[in-house]
Design a protein around this ligand. Structure first.
Ligand code: CMP
Length: 139
């Protein structure tokens, strides 16, 4: 698969932001197993999205279309309407439904106005697929 398959999804960002996003993906217990180049491609394609206080970023039970990194503000995680925890800044969340094709395991709600970086599910899978196909072509 040619590189331009997700090339159009690239969004310019400050090198310092790229570093914070790469670190956030690398800290995640599932994503840290991916290759450096895959994480780099994913960081290139992330874009900003803001939420107002009280808005749901993720709703439990829904299909998942995005993976997120929290850049600023406070987010709470609820399961069956019970508060579980809060998400620290520069943490990845929403990865489970993207990685495992399951519905959202919890709700994530903005406890203040928040700024996030988002990666679309389709881009995530295209990056993964491209590496697999490049490897196939080598053999
Ligand atoms: P996902 O299931 O896609 O959507 C909800 C997200 O909340 C989930 O991915 C995790 O990123 C996060 N999440 C789920 N359970 C917990 C938990 N117990 N503690 C912290 N984060 C969680």
């Amino acid at each position: 698969m040619p590189k331009f398959y997700f090339e159009s999804a690239r969004v310019w960002k400050e090198p310092s932001v790229k570093k914070l996003l790469t670190d956030a993906l690398n800290k995640n217990r599932y994503l840290k197993r991916l290759e450096g180049q895959q994480l780099k491609d994913m960081v290139e394609c992330m874009y900003e999205r803001t939420y107002q206080q009280g808005e749901f970023v993720i709703k439990q039970g829904e299909p998942g279309n995005h993976l997120f990194v929290l850049a600023d503000g406070n987010l709470d995680v609820y399961q069956n309407n019970k508060l579980l925890t809060s998400i620290a800044v520069w943490t990845t969340f929403g990865e489970l439904a993207i990685l495992y094709n399951c519905t959202r395991t919890a709700s994530v709600k903005a406890a203040s106005n928040v700024r996030t970086w988002v990666l679309d599910r389709e881009v995530f899978h295209n990056v993964m697929r491209m590496t697999a196909e490049a490897r196939h072509e080598q053999h």
